[in-house]
Design a protein around this ligand. Structure first.
Ligand SMILES: C[S@@+](CC[C@H](N)C(=O)[O-])C[C@H]1O[C@@H](n2cnc3c(N)ncnc32)[C@H](O)[C@@H]1O
Length: 255
């Protein structure tokens, strides 16, 4: 127990008996906790996610992109879409993942006045719509639409509360990291076309590989970087290394 307390997985509880409590880290794998990562962890252990790790060495040697031989070149989300059991697990995991991110997103946007003057928002890759529901609840004047094939072919665009033509704001949360640079450029250019030249906004929510700036997050950032290279071949450090390279990426656009 001394070891586990040192690792911050348990905390000593004051009192005459030796009693221990869970810590924020050890609450994450407990289903009964409101915010837990059980479904996300299970999704990451699925064979479609684990398979490409067997090609890590070949990938480092430059012989292949680990995902390709494992999934026969089929894009990850096409693969998931064909397997109902994995599709459900993946969507449930994303729902849980989004609930972690969205409260910080809503607070940050409120503080910075991001939604001031914004009437419409499209959440690109918004999965089943958890983020857009939370945004509509917090900012009722914003009409949100989800664009995601997790919603099924018949409702690729599902309005949470109405949809009007050109959208003031596009949100790409944990979306670009699944694509290589060429496809990211295409997606960002489409976003640029979809928002008004004046007053339009694009919010990108991604883990940035900046290990010097905030060292306490370096481990998670490097793990995510490796994971995304393994699963999609994306070289995130080039794309996400800061505002300057992002501006270059969208070919001179100021975001
Ligand atoms: C990593 S999840 C992110 C979900 C959510 N935005 C979040 O932050 O938790 C990526 C989402 O992008 C969707 N997606 C991937 N490729 C897509 C495409 N080409 N068109 C529409 N949705 C796509 C997937 O279905 C998935 O829901």
């Amino acid at each position: 127990m001394r070891f586990l307390v040192h690792m911050k997985l348990f905390a000593n509880v004051d009192g005459p008996e030796n009693r221990y409590a869970l810590t924020p880290a050890s609450k994450l794998p407990v289903r009964a906790e409101e915010k837990n990562m059980v479904l996300f962890a299970l999704s990451q252990l699925h064979a479609n996610e684990m398979g490409p790790w067997h090609y890590l060495i070949a990938g480092i040697e430059g012989k292949t992109t680990p995902r390709l031989p494992c999934h026969n070149g089929v894009p990850f989300y096409d693969l998931v879409g064909k397997e109902p059991e994995h599709n459900k697990l993946n969507n449930d995991a994303m729902t849980s993942h989004t609930s972690f991110v969205v409260s910080a997103l809503v607070q940050g946007c409120a503080k910075e006045g991001v939604f001031y003057g914004v009437r419409t928002l499209v959440d690109v890759g918004g999965n089943t719509g958890v983020a857009s529901k939370a945004i509509t609840n917090a900012f009722p004047h914003v009409k949100c639409t989800d664009l995601d094939f997790a919603l099924g072919k018949d409702c690729a665009q599902r309005p949470q509360s109405g949809f009007c033509g050109r959208q003031c704001l596009r949100l790409c949360a944990s979306f670009l990291h699944s694509f290589d640079d060429d496809n990211c450029i295409k997606i960002l250019n489409k976003c640029r076309e979809a928002i008004p030249a004046k007053g339009g906004k694009l919010i990108i929510v991604e883990i940035v590989v900046d290990i010097d700036g905030t060292p306490e997050f370096a481990w998670s950032r490097l793990c995510m970087d490796l994971k995304k290279w393994i699963s999609s071949g994306a070289r995130r450090e080039l794309r996400m290394s800061g505002e300057t390279s992002l501006q270059k990426l969208v070919l001179g656009t100021t975001i």
